[in-house]
Write a protein that binds this ligand. Sequence first.
Ligand SMILES: [Zn+2]
Length: 218
Amino acid sequence: MTYNTHCFIQGCKTTVFNKPTGVNFFPCPTSNEMRNKWLHVLKNKCSLIDWARSRICSRHFELKYFDSQRRLRDNAIPTLFPVKPSDASKPRLDRLLNKMTQSELSENIKEELQLLNEPFNLENGLNDNLKCKTDVSEKTKLWLIIKKQEHLNARLSEAIAQNRRHAEMLQKTVDEYKNKRKDKDQTAETYKYIVKCLQEKLATYEEQIEILTAVESV
Ligand SMILES: [Zn+2]
């Protein structure tokens, strides 16, 4: 297993090749408990993490998380993140988009879409494999992309809602088990684990839909 050579925190430029003396790389924690804590603080701080290969540099940990040998303590959680240094160099459109919340953005998209008119010949301009015929206008082609994206977003939204319902249902079952029988601890632990897994899955979906909603508005 080889580790990645760069720090996985967004905006951090540290790599194994350019790291100054004193800066070290650390793998992700292996325990489920720490993994969940990390996932929580790292939301929106990095792109998808490959838990086995991704590494983080020591710049993201406060001093209290190191022992005298500069080793990371077991309870260490990354809390120091660069203030998006790359943001200023991004195109103006990206910066404006970044300022909007997810719901503001989808509201904005809906409004804009209502102002546009669907090409009247969209249905006739399509092949059975969901591609435009060669003679359709640019506008029709663009409209088809918008429609596909809209459909994808709706599916992802449904997947998120479904996962949320599952997680809630399982959480309820866990709570009921806790109240009813203490000797069923083992089963409750299993449910807890499933809930955690679903929550992680949910986080991934939310990340995906954020990306996709951004793509839609380009
Ligand atoms: Zn870093």
